[in-house]
Design a protein around this ligand. Structure first.
Ligand SMILES: CC(C)(COP(=O)(O)OP(=O)(O)OC[C@H]1O[C@@H](n2cnc3c(N)ncnc32)[C@H](O)[C@@H]1OP(=O)(O)O)[C@@H](O)C(=O)NCCC(=O)NCCS
Length: 158
């Protein structure tokens, strides 16, 4: 299945919220207590993604007309990286992160930062991010990671 990464449209919000809820309940629940999962599920609703789209650049990965993953960027920070569990380990997460890296480099940033869940820590290490510190947030324990971006990555049209 060919995956295309494009910018979020308001009509994507219900599907993105569904993907996030599935990830939280089926994948992240291995690493976080139920009350944290419930809190995150209550937070990441379709309405929340519409709100967030005013302050974040939200991208979606689409294959065969179906949204299968999402990631967001604010400045040089990566947020809300989620791939439908049915489509995990097919390179979709990598493609989404590459998109935000290219977009950040185009805006003049020379490094990316992210707060990774315990669940996604190994994923970010695989993508070349390195640990900076750990953090306790309202959504539990996180790793803060950083990656230096190569200068002037080629722009890729969306
Ligand atoms: C973590 C997540 C985004 C990864 O997306 P994905 O599409 O499955 O990842 P990819 O297939 O692009 O993987 C890229 C590389 O990372 C590796 N990888 C993926 N998930 C990994 C994990 N959880 N731990 C260690 N390595 C992982 C892959 O094997 C691949 O390595 P390779 O190139 O050597 O084959 C996805 O599994 C997910 O949504 N998880 C639950 C939600 C979550 O925790 N999101 C992050 C919030 S901070």
């Amino acid at each position: 299945m060919a995956i295309k990464v494009r910018l979020f449209r308001p009509g994507d919000a219900p599907r993105i919220a569904e993907i996030v809820q599935r990830c939280l309940r089926e994948v992240n629940s291995r690493d976080y207590p139920q009350h944290v999962i419930d809190k995150m599920c209550a937070h990441f609703t379709a309405e929340r993604f519409i709100e967030l789209s005013a302050s974040r650049l939200i991208y979606v990965a689409e294959g065969d007309g179906v949204v299968v993953g999402t990631v967001s960027r604010v400045g040089n920070e990566v947020y809300t990286m989620f791939v439908d569990p049915d489509f995990a380990r097919r390179g979709i997460g990598r493609q989404l992160v590459q998109q935000v890296e290219v977009s950040a480099a185009r805006d003049g940033y020379d490094r990316m930062e992210t707060g990774a869940s315990i669940t996604a820590h190994g994923f970010y290490l695989k993508l070349g991010y390195t640990d900076v510190r750990t953090s306790e947030t309202e959504f539990g324990f996180n790793y803060i990671l950083r990656k230096t971006l190569p200068p002037a990555q080629a722009a890729r049209p969306l």
